[in-house]
Ligand binder design. Structure first.
Ligand SMILES: [Zn+2]
Length: 197
C-alpha cells in the first residue's frame, strides 16, 4: 500500500512537473514571438533579421533588433542593444533576474556580454553554425573556466527563426546575382560580402 502511495505521489509530482514545463514552454514561445517581431523589423530595414527581448519579472523590459548596417556599427547586435537598454532600466550592470530571448544563437561578442551581465538564462531559436557561442562553434555560455555559466534553452520556434534568416539570405543572394549581372557591363558595381554575425 505504501509502495502504491509512493508511486502515486511520484506520478502526481511528474504531472505537476510536466504542467510546469508546458507553461514554461508557452511563455518561452510567447516571448520568442516578440523577439521574432523584432527580427521582422530588422528584415524590413534590410538588416540580417535577428531580434531579441529581455524579460524581467514576467514583463518585457527591453526589445531590439540587429542594426549593424543602418548604424554602421559592428557592435549593434540585437542582444547588445537589449542588454544596454535593460541595464539602464534595471540601474545596474548585473542583470541577474533577467532572461534574454533571441532568435539566433549568440555570437562571441554577445555571448561575452551575456556572461559580463551575469544573465542567468538565455532562450534562443535557431543555431548559428558559423558563429554560435552557445555550443555550435564555442560554448562561451557554459565554459566551466569562466566565472559565470548560463542556463540555455534552444529550439524555441526554431523553424520560424531559421526561416526568416533563410528569407533574408535568399533575397540577398538574388540582389547579389542581379548586381553581378550589372557588374558584367559596369566594373564599378559589386556586391558586398555579408555574414549573419
Ligand atoms: Zn552578436
Amino acid at each position: 500500500m505504501q509502495q502504491k502511495n509512493e508511486s502515486m505521489t511520484e506520478q502526481i509530482e511528474q504531472t505537476e512537473q510536466t504542467e510546469q514545463q508546458i507553461e514554461q514552454n508557452e511563455q518561452d514561445i510567447c516571448y520568442m514571438r516578440e523577439a521574432l517581431a523584432e527580427a521582422q523589423k530588422a528584415l524590413d530595414m534590410g538588416e540580417v533579421p535577428i531580434g531579441a527581448v529581455m524579460v524581467r519579472a514576467g514583463a518585457i523590459i527591453a526589445r531590439g533588433h540587429n542594426m549593424r548596417n543602418t548604424a554602421k556599427n559592428p557592435l549593434r547586435h540585437a542582444e547588445i542593444d537589449v542588454i544596454n537598454a535593460a541595464a539602464e532600466i534595471v540601474g545596474d550592470w548585473r542583470l541577474e533576474d533577467c532572461v534574454l530571448y533571441v532568435t539566433v544563437e549568440p555570437c562571441p561578442m554577445c555571448a561575452g556580454a551575456i556572461v559580463q551581465a551575469r544573465i542567468p538564462k538565455v532562450v534562443f531559436g535557431t543555431r548559428n553554425s558559423k558563429a554560435g557561442c552557445a555550443g555550435s562553434v564555442l560554448d562561451v555560455l557554459n565554459e566551466p573556466k569562466l566565472n559565470h555559466q548560463v542556463d540555455v534553452v534552444e529550439g524555441v520556434l526554431q523553424p520560424e527563426c531559421s526561416e526568416i534568416m533563410k528569407r533574408f539570405f535568399k533575397r540577398f543572394r538574388k540582389n547579389a546575382a542581379d548586381t553581378a549581372c550589372t557588374a558584367n557591363t559596369d566594373n564599378t558595381a559589386h556586391a558586398a560580402p555579408i555574414s549573419s554575425h
